[in-house]
Design a protein around this ligand. Structure first.
Ligand code: FBP
Length: 545
């Protein structure tokens, strides 16, 4: 059974750039170079480095190709619109030749290695158009980086006569897509690899990739519920709500939600780092806002906390860096240590300064930092209850200030964490259109023989018809970073720019939002209705462009 909305929504025809509606021709720009560390990246990617940016332009007649097969992989966390990327690819390859076939590798990158796949027929694809989720084929976080995995992948591509693999993923997965493209090209396998920019975190973006898909829908869902909470706070006038928002490394989600809902306090991890703040500085900042509102008789408010905050606090960042190196160097020994002795083992291997800091953290936090990593080696910040930690620390500080007469109000808190709620929401019109277009462009890149490219749709603050479609060489987005103790080529992560439009606008308003009750209640995503309600891009995108 499907809901009435899903039924109505399945008939929605996503908008695409006018340039790719009919026949297209490819225009090649100038050669590119990586954003940094050019010599290193060039050496590591001799076959895919320096390729030009390409754009698809309107042509006359019809664009056709020989029938070809494509394999797709959904990689990493869910993001609204994934199913539309797939329907865009499906329609794109069928448009080029009706005998082309689409295979979906099941459960993420491991599906390619383990040869688990299904053929995606029109019956299957039609069921998933304009829906949220990744359940059409499932996703996973297996890291594709070993030559044996690449060779296993090649076997199945040969068996199914697959011309190209499309990896729909975040920065790590697209980095791996590029490594795979380079390997297949160097070995002259004839298998192309194309990437698509996905992540609700919004941190896979640059001059040419304006936004990652899913960010628009997820931030709208979070902003709806933040607005509802603000209205509750303003009605009951008795709670401070501490709301943690997903976004593992960057604070884009938190910043966008702040721009949409105008809460009293918003923490931006990148600023905490730039100002070299300690945990106590952050706590004092929140407590001061609470005390200032209390002095006006306002004992309620909202605080937005990015989930990656803890990693931005410079002292904790240094600790994590040492933990990463130490664990990488001692992994074999560490694996043999009994579970209840692992924390002691970690403490014994750390420098004095970091060991002290490590011991001072609540056990739930230190355990997460030291023991639990995802397959890419990332700390799983979504499991750290920063919102609760901060609320408790602010309460302690306010209790002390009360004794000194610096705080006169009441302080009762509620905690929330919004992350999973937004990752599989039905895509907004923006994401439905953007994703479908990314899929259609990916099909064109394959037909043009491209590999090591990311599908790109630009000019996205304009109506969809005016969007620009093309491909960006993934190597152009790369730099060298330390991962698991070694320098590796990776796509440069886009963090919140403190001199960028969105942050500057927020910074110019936050003092007023802190003291006043300037809440905005955005309400739920609208799929049908006036364009100014249904088709607005994020405030981040508008302020950036
Ligand atoms: P991606 O970068 O893979 O898109 O995932 C982002 C994210 O949603 C983060 O915001 C969050 O920290 C993480 O995934 C949670 O991971 P998991 O789904 O494994 O719990």
């Amino acid at each position: 059974m499907i809901s009435q909305l899903q039924k109505a929504r399945s008939a929605y025809q996503p908008k695409v750039p006018a340039a790719i509606e009919g026949a297209t021709k490819l225009a090649e720009g100038k050669a590119t170079q990586s954003v940094a560390d050019q010599e290193d990246i060039k050496k590591l990617f001799p076959n895919t480095y320096g390729m030009p940016i390409v754009t698809f332009e309107k042509a006359t007649g019809e664009t056709k190709a020989e029938a070809f097969n494509v394999g797709i992989i959904l990689s990493g966390g869910q993001a609204p619109g994934g199913h539309n990327v797939i329907s865009g690819i499906f329609d794109g390859i069928k448009k080029l030749n009706k005998d082309s076939k689409l295979y979906g590798f099941l459960g993420g990158p491991s599906g390619l290695v383990d040869h688990k796949y299904i053929e995606l027929t029109s019956e299957i694809v039609d069921e998933y158009r304009n829906t949220g989720g990744f359940d059409i084929i499932g996703s996973g976080r297996t890291k594709l980086e070993e030559v044996e995995q690449f060779d296993k992948g090649l076997e199945i591509c040969k068996k199914l006569n697959i011309k190209a693999i499309i990896i729909i993923g975040g920065d790590d997965s697209n980095t791996n897509a590029c490594v795979l493209a380079e390997y297949y090209l160097a070995k002259k396998t004839g298998v192309q690899v194309i990437g698509c920019p996905k992540t609700i975190d919004g941190d896979l973006k640059n001059e040419m990739i304006e936004t990652s898909f899913g960010f628009d829908t997820a931030t709208k869902v979070y902003s709806e519920v933040i607005g509802n909470i603000e209205r509750d706070a303003n009605s009951a006038k008795k709670y401070w709500h501490f709301i943690k928002l997903m976004g593992r490394s960057a604070s884009h989600v938190t910043l966008e939600c702040a721009l949409q809902t105008q809460p009293n306090v918003t923490l931006i991890g990148e600023e905490v780092e730039a100002k070299n703040q300690s945990l106590d500085d952050v706590v004092t900042y929140i407590a001061e806002a609470v005390a200032a509102r209390a002095a006006k008789g306002l004992n309620f408010g909202t605080v937005l906390v990015p989930e990656g905050l803890i990693e931005f606090i410079p002292a904790i960042k240094k600790l994590i860096a040492e933990l990463n190196d130490m664990l990488a160097a001692n992994q074999a020994e560490f694996d043999t240590v009994a579970a209840d002795k692992k924390i002691d083992y970690v403490v014994s291997k750390l420098s004095k300064e970091n060991a002290e800091l490590f011991k001072s953290l609540p056990t739930t936090v230190s355990t997460q930092l030291a023991l639990e990593r995802d397959p890419h080696g990332n700390v799983q910040v979504s499991l750290i209850e920063t919102e609760q930690l901060l609320a408790e620390m602010v309460a302690k500080k306010l209790a002390a200030w009360k004794k000194e007469g610096k705080f006169v109000g009441k302080f009762a808190t509620q905690h929330h964490f919004f992350g999973y709620e937004g990752r599989c929401a039905a895509p907004s019109n923006f994401d439905a259109d953007y994703c479908y277009s990314l899929g259609r462009v990916a099909a064109l890149l394959i037909a043009s023989g491209k590999t090591g490219y990311m599908s790109s749709v630009r000019n996205t603050t304009k109506p969809a018809a005016e969007w620009l479609a093309g491909g960006i060489p993934i190597t152009a987005m790369m730099n060298m970073e330390k991962r698991n103790g070694k320098m590796k080529p990776v796509i440069q992560k886009a963090l919140v720019k403190l001199d960028g439009g969105p942050f500057k606008f927020f910074a110019s308003k936050r003092a007023e939002w802190a003291i006043e009750t300037a809440f905005v209640y955005p309400g739920p995503i609208q799929y049908f209705g006036p364009t100014e309600v249904c088709d607005q891009p994020t405030k981040t995108l508008v302020l950036e462009h």
